[in-house]
Design a protein around this ligand. Structure first.
Ligand code: MF3
Ligand code: CO
Length: 265
C-alpha cells in the first residue's frame, strides 16, 4: 500500500544530535531561570540570563525577532507568562511576587537546528491548587511525549495529553494553541492539538521531531490576546500553566531533546 508522504521533516541521526545540542542549551537555560525566579526578580532579568547562556554556547534565539501573527517582531529571547497569562508574555519590568505561577518558554538554535521547551515555575509559596495545575500540566506533557513513537499516529499524543488532564480534575485545555513540528525551523508541520481522539493524523516516523506543549487552566480555557499583540491571557483571569519539550521519534523510543539528562522513554 502506498502512503502519502506526510510532509513532516525527517532528520538524520547527525541532525538529531545537533538538535540535542540546541535542546541542551534550552534545558540549561530553563534550569538556571527556574533557580533565579524568586520574589523580587523581574522577568526582564530572567531574559538577560537567557541571553547570556545563549552567548556562552554560541547559540542564537528562536524567538527574538520572530514574526508570527501581524507585524510586531517578538522582542525577547524568553516568553515570561505570569498567572493568568498563558503563553507569549513579553519579559520586562514586571516584578515576580510570592505566590506567582511563572511560565517560561525558550527556544535556541545551534547550527541552524532548533530546540523549544517551557516550564511553569512556582515563585515562593504558591496556592495548592495552582501547584496542582502545574503538576498536572507537566504530567500530561510526559504522557504525550511517551506517545512519540514510530508507527504511532499524531493524535495518540493529543489524546494522551487530554486524558491525563481530564482524569486529574476540573481543568481546562486551551484549544487555540498547540504543539508543532520542529527542526530546521521552530514552527513546522504538523500542528499538535492537546485534545482529541487517538489514531488519527500522520503516522509518526523515526527522525521526526515534535514540540509538545499543553496549556492548561484552572478555570475556563477561553483565551484572548492583549494589545501588545503577543500576550495570551485567560478571559476569566484564572491561572494557566504551560509545559513543553522537544522530542525526537526514534527506533529506540521517544528521545526528549530538551531534557537536562539524556531521557529516552
Ligand atoms: N515556544 C513557543 C511556541 O511554540 C514560541 C514562542 S513565540 C515567539 O509557541 F515569538 F516567542 F517565538
Ligand atoms: Co513551541
Amino acid at each position: 500500500m502506498f502512503r502519502r508522504n506526510s510532509g513532516i521533516e525527517i532528520k538524520s541521526a547527525d541532525q538529531l544530535s545537533v538538535m540535542r545540542q540546541a535542546g541542551l542549551v534550552v534545558a540549561r537555560t530553563l534550569d538556571a531561570i527556574t533557580k533565579a525566579a524568586v520574589p523580587g526578580v523581574t522577568t526582564g532579568q530572567l531574559d538577560e540570563i537567557a541571553r547570556d547562556i545563549l552567548a556562552d554556547h554560541g547559540a542564537t534565539s528562536s524567538f527574538l525577532g520572530y514574526k508570527a501573527h501581524g507585524a510586531v517582531p517578538y522582542p525577547g529571547v524568553i516568553c515570561a507568562s505570569v498567572n493568568e497569562e498563558v503563553v507569549h508574555g513579553i519579559p520586562g519590568a514586571r516584578i515576580l511576587r510570592d505566590g506567582d505561577l511563572l511560565s517560561v518558554d525558550f527556544g535556541a538554535i545551534v547550527d541552524g537546528w532548533n530546540g523549544d521547551a517551557a516550564v511553569s515555575i512556582l515563585v515562593g509559596d504558591v496556592a495548592p491548587e495552582v501547584a496542582e495545575l502545574s503538576r498536572v500540566t507537566e504530567a500530561s506533557l510526559w504522557a504525550g511525549l511517551a506517545r512519540a513513537r514510530p508507527d504511532g499516529r499524531l493524535t495518540d499524543i493529543s489524546h494522551a495529553v487530554e486524558t491525563v488532564v481530564m482524569e486529574s480534575g476540573d481543568f481546562g485545555i486551551v484549544e487555540e494553541y498547540g504543539g508543532h513540528g520542529i527542526g530546521s525551523r521552530m514552527h513546522m508541520e504538523p500542528h499538535i492539538l492537546n485534545y482529541g481522539s487517538a489514531g488519527r493524523g500522520p503516522v509518526l516516523r523515526s527522525g521526526m521531531a515534535l514540540a509538545i506543549e499543553p496549556m492548561v487552566t484552572l478555570g475556563s480555557p477561553e483565551v484572548g490576546v492583549l494589545a501588545d499583540a503577543w500576550t495570551v491571557v485567560t478571559m476569566d483571569g484564572g491561572c494557566a500553566a504551560h509545559w513543553e519539550h522537544t522530542v525526537a521519534v526514534t527506533d529506540e523510543g521517544p528521545w526528549v531533546l530538551t531534557a537536562l539528562d539524556d531521557v529516552r522513554l
